[in-house]
Design a protein around this ligand. Structure first.
Ligand code: ATP
Ligand code: MG
Length: 383
């Protein structure tokens, strides 16, 4: 192996903007591979080529590529020159150590000036390798497929396609602010938006109890894990202790969670404006807890001032857990600690909140001052 061929899917559909998306993806790949030795990353007619040269970090490079949104699949490949003789030589090298009974050749030809069609190349190479090793061609269930790509800059041979995250490159779709709780759902929600090309800034609200450092440490670990999917990451830690006291003093228990989440949005709105974010991401899923009835979500989102995107809204818990395990946040999310919310969970929470009632109750809070104070005391961490 002396190179990696990277393919992308949806970018191919982007018409005139294609160059913009390709450029973002190349730049994100370069940033993701930083620190892994010298590498050349270049655009190559509908794909991206990473030349390894003398680089010996192939495994680490593969692991990082698995975390770059926009990559549909990639393959460790042998570059094979520009003519059939060169391709045969690389194919022979790729086949040398294999012990097979059956095989297939699958050629993709983007260089339309190459003198043979894809089918003719398949036949020529199938004949060549079949005779050399005594293997049979089997197109429906081969022991191994040898993939050949013929481009204007040369050909490539490989045997394994490694599936990436797909979707769009981060930063191609603009910026969102994620309300991250330290639970299982909100990290998965943020991840889903990475794959739609959004960059995500995080905000977490914490109370100032004895558990403060444990909570901060947990959220820090989750955000660090998520930061591997985008080029740069920020986390705002906002103290919520005074707001919590205010809410407990002025709001009857059954309405506290609704007011609490509205106040979070009031603060998050200010951060979103400062950061130029165009919406929020939450881990809400209909009906999961009392604050997630449609009635309550209406009342809560009303305070946001920007669109609220909740990509898990129609997902079941098992599906969310399974994604959390895949993306490396599940083990962190189940670390024990009590979210500041748990103080506000009432035995009989309101499930059909009404905006007029909630506004009346909120009038008892000195909300503007509390929001200002929380913003002043918030901390910013960069990853
Ligand atoms: P999660 O598993 O993400 O904690 P959840 O199902 O436990 O979600 P809630 O605790 O009701 O649901 O929270 C709903 C959403 O509100 C979360 O997904 C998150 O977006 C936001 N949220 C809740 N608590 C906080 C917090 N302390 N800081 C920031 N956002 C929060
Ligand atoms: Mg939660």
């Amino acid at each position: 192996m002396n190179c990696i061929v990277v393919h992308y899917s949806e970018i191919g559909l982007k018409g005139k903007n294609r160059g913009f998306f390709e450029h973002k993806l190349v730049s994100n790949i370069r940033l993701a591979l930083k620190g892994l030795g010298s590498l050349k990353v270049s655009r190559l007619h509908g794909r991206i080529l990473i030349s390894l040269g003398r680089n010996r970090e192939a495994k680490g490079i593969g692991e990082r590529l698995l975390k770059v949104p926009g990559v549909s699949y990639f393959a460790f490949a042998l570059s094979a020159g520009r003519d059939l003789a060169g391709i045969k030589k690389s194919l022979a090298a790729a086949a040398k150590k294999e012990k097979l009974k059956t095989f297939a050749i699958s050629t993709m030809r983007s260089d339309k000036r190459f003198r043979l069609t894809s089918r003719e190349i398949n036949e020529a190479l199938g004949d060549f390798i079949g005779k050399k090793h005594g293997w049979r061609v089997n197109l429906s269930k081969p022991d191994m497929t040898f993939f050949v790509e013929v481009t204007e800059q040369g050909a490539f041979v490989y045997t394994e396609k490694i599936r990436g995250l797909g979707g769009l490159p981060v930063t191609s779709s603009g910026r969102l602010l994620s309300l991250i709780s330290g639970g299982i759902d909100s990290p998965v929600a943020a991840f889903e938006m990475f794959r739609r090309g959004c960059s995500v800034i995080f905000v977490h609200f914490h109370n100032q109890t004895g558990q403060r450092d444990i909570v901060k440490d947990k959220v820090d670990k989750i955000v660090k894990a998520l930061s591997e999917y985008q080029p740069s990451t920020k986390l705002y830690m906002v103290p919520f202790g005074d707001l919590q006291k205010g809410i407990i003093m002025h709001i009857p228990a059954r309405y506290r969670m609704i007011v609490y989440r509205r106040v979070m949005f009031a603060i998050a709105n200010r951060i979103a404006q400062r950061e130029g974010a165009l919406g929020f991401v939450t881990g809400d899923s209909v009906g999961q807890v009392a604050s997630q009835t449609l009635e309550n979500l209406n009342v809560i989102y009303e305070k946001a001032g920007f669109p609220v995107f909740s990509p898990l809204i129609g997902r079941n818990k098992e599906e969310i857990v399974s994604i959390a395990k895949d993306i490396g946040t599940y083990e962190l999310s189940i670390l024990p600690y009590s979210d500041c919310c748990s103080f506000l969970v009432a035995p009989h929470p309101e499930t059909k909140g009404r905006i007029e009632d909630i506004r009346k109750l909120e009038a008892g809070l000195d909300l503007d001052r509390l929001v200002e104070d929380a913003l002043k005391e918030s901390e910013l961490k960069k990853y």
